[in-house]
Design a protein around this ligand. Structure first.
Ligand code: ADP
Ligand code: MG
Length: 307
């Protein structure tokens, strides 16, 4: 039986002022997985992460981290998790090594068990151990945040939008670090992102959250299988008499005169779509395809949920 690194049930959060950011979330994160929490801006991802981190107080519900109930065993549950926050909230006065030492002190890690230099080397900051914080680039600061999340040797690592707005090189580096921590050190990793591609590449399992509610949770493979909506956009070379029709294809005429054919690539092939266009007597001047993006995925999932 797989054990869960995190168990969340009935989790709600209503902020002062009445904003309901989480509306009863149940979520289990299997031990040893790289788990993606996906959702558009404002979905409630950071709220959930910050509750795990002990930075936001939940309104209702239960949270267990590494088997420790957050309310009954706050110290143990906090020790089991390391969080790399979304905001770059670094103290400008500490050089990287000092920042890690201070963090280790906060978590009560004895001097003999501290691994500041090892961690700095792991995130590629060994040569910056004593640099002035203000001389660090944005990318270095982000890596330092990752390093800080690791000082107390947590079993669960949480990354809130680790690659939002970072360049490709740093993104690759963060991904490699996360993979290595997961594979070699057995860390359970939870990351939030609004990039579908990132979730696809990194995560074994994905949960999708929207408006404070979980709308899907599945293995990445299964989920992507469900997210195969495609749209072919045809520019006809004359005004068509009639539009194509076929089961499994949704046809709409767009204001610019093009015809959009939406279909699921697992059920309908591009060939079949073109066939039905030809069958309607339409000659094609130009054609392009549009991939479903996360927005479409949400729409389709919320539609499914409503049906
Ligand atoms: P995400 O990380 O998915 O973008 P957040 O968890 O940051 O979403 O926000 C979820 C909702 O809660 C949003 O509508 C946001 O405006 C609101 N919210 C977040 N933090 C606070 C706060 N401190 N006070 C009031 N509302 C907040
Ligand atoms: Mg956020």
């Amino acid at each position: 039986m797989t054990r869960n690194a995190i168990e969340i049930s009935g989790l709600t959060k209503t902020y002062q002022g009445g904003k309901q950011a989480l509306k009863g979330v149940d979520l289990n994160v299997p031990e040893g997985s790289v788990f993606g929490l996906l959702g558009p801006n404002g979905a409630g991802k950071s709220t959930l992460i910050n509750i795990l981190a002990g930075l936001v107080i939940k309104t209702e519900g239960r949270v267990k981290i590494w088997g420790w109930d957050q309310d009954q065993n706050p110290r143990q549950s906090r020790a089991a998790i390391g969080v790399m926050p979304q905001e770059l909230n670094l103290d400008p006065f500490f050089a990287p090594r000092d920042a890690l030492e201070v963090q280790a002190g906060l978590y009560g890690v004895p001097k003999s068990q501290r691994r500041s230099d090892e961690i700095l080397a792991m995130v590629g900051l060994a040569d910056k151990a004593e640099a002035y914080a203000r001389t660090l680039s944005g990318g270095m600061r982000r890596r330092l945040l990752l390093a800080k999340a690791l000082v107390h040797n947590p079993q669960v690592l949480v990354l809130d939008e680790p690659t939002a707005g970072v360049d490709i090189e740093l993104r690759q580096m963060l991904w490699e670090n996360v993979r290595r921590l997961n594979k070699e050190h057995g860390l359970t990793v939870i990351l939030t992102t609004h990039y579908l591609e990132e979730a696809e590449q990194m995560c074994d399992e994905i949960a999708i959250i929207n408006h404070g509610e979980l709308i899907a949770q599945d293995s990445t493979q299964n989920l992507l299988g469900r997210l195969d909506a495609k749209t072919m956009v045809i520019e006809p070379d004359h005004d068509p008499q009639s539009l194509p029709t076929r089961d499994g294809i949704e046809v709409t005429r767009r204001p610019d005169g093009t015809i959009a054919l939406s279909y699921n690539s697992s059920k309908t092939s591009a060939e079949e779509v073109l066939d039905c266009v030809h069958a309607a007597g339409i000659r094609i001047r130009d054609v392009r395809t549009e991939q479903a993006d996360l927005e479409d995925v949400f729409l389709s999932l919320t539609r499914d949920a409503a049906a």
